[in-house]
Ligand binder design. Structure first.
Ligand SMILES: *[C@@H]1O[C@H](CO)[C@@H](O)[C@H](O)[C@H]1NC(C)=O
Ligand SMILES: *[C@@H]1O[C@H](CO)[C@@H](O)[C@H](O)[C@H]1NC(C)=O
Ligand SMILES: *[C@@H]1O[C@H](CO)[C@@H](O)[C@H](O)[C@H]1NC(C)=O
Ligand SMILES: *[C@@H]1O[C@H](CO)[C@@H](O)[C@H](O)[C@H]1NC(C)=O
Ligand SMILES: *[C@@H]1O[C@H](CO)[C@@H](O)[C@H](O)[C@H]1NC(C)=O
Ligand SMILES: *[C@@H]1O[C@H](CO)[C@@H](O)[C@H](O)[C@H]1NC(C)=O
Length: 442
């Protein structure tokens, strides 16, 4: 009861204080492009005359303590100064839309107004859409946050610890963004129910992009085009479900996903050009889950990989079972390739295909082995080749001897006539005829 009274008093105090301050000094509500509505939301729409907004915690044109939301649109530049949110007890939402240059300074959105950090108390929703985020500084966003949503935005720089020490987070959704420069540990040490990275592109996601992040429910990466996933990009524990789907990844390094899950892991319909050795070794399952529910499934379904060896698919046998429901090796089928994968297939089962150049489609490795690499077929082809070689050699020898004999015959048949000239075989017939004639006369 006493607590309730105190809270009410506090609220009243804040409102009264704000009202008196308002008379003394203008707040952001008095900016040309802003107004504060009946819900005490601060709403600013920049225009051709006012193109910049600076959100500050004190002094003239500060954000009023009564603000329940900060909504900023269409600005060329938006800057949140340090500590902007600290004393905004009633703040619930920050929305930035269609701004071309957003800077969130260190601790600008640090918000923990309640002495006990508890999910029962309200938290912030931070939403950035269709904007260019110039920088989210170290420790910019901290404290009691429900949701972080960034979508359709260009992210030029996420500094280390940009999102850190958060409590009670439900959702982090990063949708259709272009990540230019992300630094290590951008998301550092907190718990969220869900983490979603969907659509958009990233040149490189560094080591520890997510560092010591507990995702208690659903960890999902979907439809993203990524040049390089470094080792230990996602250091995550606890998800009940891990889904990595429809991504195009150029290089997937060993241990990029260092995820200790509490449920199955699905890696589906991804195109990965280079798969490092042990790329899947980082997936493991929480010990208690293995003890109570047994090993969980690591499903590799309908993926295409180009530079890949069987060791790329090593996995943690003690906590996971592997099921390969479809893996297209973007490599021309050869018996050596098939041989390299046969052992894995024998031990593991599953559907692994190679590229059958002759007919221009993928063919399952066992089918290829049966039609092309069977022991019998191989010896048959050896017989054919040896046979052809033998025939050619014998023919060569025969021709050689025939030619030699012919030459010798010619030499013998050359005759020297009395006129001192040598005559060829063609002329010889005449000579022979005459000789016969002479004989008859005798
Ligand atoms: C987005 O902001 C620009 C100015 O930066 C403005 O010209 C444009 O009309 C805005 N678009 C929408 C849909 O509000
Ligand atoms: C998104 O931003 C671009 C560039 O600032 C603008 O042209 C477009 O109208 C914006 N769209 C929305 C829905 O705000
Ligand atoms: C598979 O992923 C590709 C992108 O690599 C996407 O275009 C396609 O729609 C996905 N297929 C399904 C069935 O989701
Ligand atoms: C399987 O992968 C191919 C090639 O990426 C894609 O076109 C197809 O839609 C995928 N099918 C499913 C069911 O994901
Ligand atoms: C498999 O996972 C368990 C539990 O996380 C871990 O202790 C073990 O070292 C892992 N094994 C390998 C080969 O990575
Ligand atoms: C398959 O490999 C070829 C050549 O190595 C490459 O050009 C092509 O993009 C690859 N296809 C896929 C789906 O990775």
């Amino acid at each position: 009861m006493v607590g309730m009274h105190w809270q009410r008093w506090l609220h009243l105090l804040v409102v009264v204080h704000a009202a008196s301050a308002q008379r003394a000094e203008p707040t952001a509500c008095h900016e040309d492009v802003c107004h504060c509505d009946s819900f005490t939301r601060l709403i600013c729409h920049c225009n051709e005359h006012v193109k910049e907004m600076t959100l500050r915690p004190e002094g003239s044109y500060r954000v009023p303590e009564t603000a329940t939301a900060i909504i900023i649109e269409n600005c060329e530049r938006v800057i949140f100064l340090t500590e902007t949110a600290r004393n905004l007890l009633l703040l619930r939402s920050v929305q930035l839309r269609n701004n071309s240059n957003v800077i969130i300074s260190e601790r600008a959105l640090t918000w923990s107004p309640f002495s006990i950090d508890n999910e029962m108390y309200p938290g912030l929703r931070i939403e950035i859409s269709n904007s260019t985020v110039y920088e989210i500084a170290p420790h910019a966003i901290q404290g009691r946050v429900n949701d972080i949503v960034i979508r359709d935005s260009n992210i030029l720089s996420l500094r280390p610890f940009a999102f850190s020490s958060l409590t009670g987070v439900k959702n982090i959704e990063l949708t259709n963004n272009i990540f230019h420069n992300v630094e290590i540990q951008a998301f550092k040490k907190f718990t969220t129910s869900n983490f979603l990275l969907r659509g958009g592109t990233a040149k490189m996601l560094p080591s520890r992009f997510l560092s010591d992040v507990e995702v208690t429910d659903f960890f999902r990466i979907e439809g993203v085009t990524i040049d390089l996933l470094s080792s230990l990009t996602f250091l995550v524990t606890l998800p009940k479900r891990v889904l990595i789907e429809n991504n195009i990844i150029d290089t997937l390094n060993a241990d990029s996903f260092h995820i200790t899950s509490r449920g199955p892991v699905t890696f589906r319909n991804n195109t990965v050009k280079t798969v490092g050795k042990g790329a899947f070794l980082g997936f493991t399952v929480d010990r208690e889950i293995v003890a109570s529910m047994g090993r969980q499934e690591l499903l590799i379904d309908n993926n295409t990989m180009t530079t890949v060896t069987p060791t790329s698919l090593s996995y943690n046998h003690s906590t996971l079972t592997l099921r390969i429901d479809g893996l297209n090796l973007n490599l021309t089928c050869t018996c050596e390739l098939a041989e390299a994968w046969r052992e894995m297939l024998n031990a593991q089962g599953g559907i692994i295909n190679c590229w059958y150049e002759l007919e221009g489609h993928y063919m399952s490795i066992p089918t290829f082995i049966d039609s092309r690499c069977g022991a019998l077929k191989q010896t048959f082809w050896i017989f054919v080749v040896v046979g052809i070689v033998l025939v050619v050699v014998i023919a060569g020898i025969v021709i050689f001897f025939i030619v030699r004999r012919e030459n010798e015959k010619k030499k013998k048949l050359q005759i020297v006539m009395p006129d001192g000239k040598t005559y060829r075989e063609t002329e010889l017939h005449i000579v022979v005829e005459r000789a016969e004639l002479l004989t008859t006369n005798l």
